[in-house]
Design a binder for this molecule. Structure first.
Ligand code: NAD
Length: 296
């Protein structure tokens, strides 16, 4: 799908991040560190203030670790402006939406921006599971809608998945790839399919590890070690499932099973049972492992 030149920004200078929660504050931070002007928007004053505090804390830690200087921190913080009013974001060249995972909410934000924007822009969504094409169906110009899927914690994780919707323009993909690189991330480019690349592959591995545990192939620790020591994964699939939360893993598995129709994603009994028992992993103190209070 092509878009005319005047519908796209010639360069990305200002980024508006919509939502200052777990992901939004991190995206705002890496954008400011990359030298972009940043407008951080949230509908909740508390969430906005908390988001800015978390950025300040992260930068403080980076200074303690010798990765950042006081001057760099001050410059990064000066580039971020927080707001509770959507109209204050409208000078942005790129919107990165990190609001809750609800299709209608994301579509409504997109519609509002499209109606009020006075200059060309790109709209990127950080959705982890919704279809980019479906979000874009609310837009008058779906060619400028794309996925930019960051990972938690954003200031540490190197990956950004660029998700190309059915109608996303190639020029838009190139622009957000460049933005990702400037944020010191490694962009991978993925077609808009359920689970994109990262969740589909990660969940498949996690579910197979659960089936192996169910069948008594080896203990949770030994299955994880097979991947950690044999394949150089920083963390085995069962420990990682505990960290992500078994309820979250089950919901994604059910979604992928439904959407892709593959037995690979049928949730194993052991996962259903643990979730039913309230053993959701690290956050509740037990999943495939027991977690000490200090670890939580
Ligand atoms: P979160 O709940 O921590 O943050 C969402 C923020 O959006 C909140 O601060 C909330 O006040 C704000 N908000 C609510 N309505 C809004 C609106 N209309 N406009 C602007 N802001 C609004 O959620 P999160 O974990 O940061 O997830 C945000 C998005 O990122 C979701 O689409 C999620 O699927 C995706 N994602 C999450 C993770 C993760 O590990 N948490 C990883 C990758 C992608």
């Amino acid at each position: 799908m092509s878009v005319s030149g005047e519908q796209l920004p010639s360069e990305i200078e200002t980024i508006a991040v919509l939502g200052a929660g777990t992901m939004g504050h991190g995206i705002a931070q890496v954008a400011a560190m990359a030298g972009y002007g940043v407008v951080l928007y949230d509908t909740s004053r508390e969430a906005l203030e908390h988001g800015v505090e978390r950025i300040e804390r992260n930068l403080h830690r980076a200074i303690q670790l010798g990765k950042f200087t006081d001057d760099e921190r001050d410059a990064a913080l000066q580039r971020i402006r927080g707001t509770l009013r959507l109209e204050r974001t409208l000078q942005a060249d790129l919107f990165i939406e990190a609001a809750p995972e609800k299709l209608e909410l994301k579509q409504e934000l997109l519609r509002q921006i499209e109606q009020s924007a006075t200059r060309p822009f790109i709209f990127a969504t950080n959705t982890s599971s919704l279809s980019i094409s479906e979000i874009a169906s609310a837009a008058q110009i779906p060619a400028r809608v794309v996925g930019m899927h960051f990972f938690n914690p954003v200031h540490i994780m190197k990956l950004v998945e660029i998700v190309v919707g059915k109608q996303t323009a190639p020029a838009v993909v190139e622009m957000v790839q460049r933005v990702g690189r400037r944020m010191k991330k490694e962009p991978i480019t993925v077609r808009d399919v359920p689970g994109f690349a990262s969740s589909r592959l990660g969940v498949a591995l996690g579910l197979e590890a659960m089936r192996m545990l169910e069948e008594g192939v080896a203990s949770a620790r030994d299955i994880d070690m097979a991947m950690e020591l044999g394949y150089n994964h920083p963390m085995g699939p069962l420990r990682l499932s505990d960290l992500i939360g078994l309820d979250v893993r089950l919901a994604i598995a059910e979604y992928l099973h439904r959407k892709l129709g593959s037995e690979t994603f049928r949730p194993p009994e052991i996962l259903r049972r643990l979730v039913a028992e309230g053993k959701l992993g690290k956050k509740t103190g037990e999943g495939f492992y027991r977690w000490d209070v200090e670890e939580r």
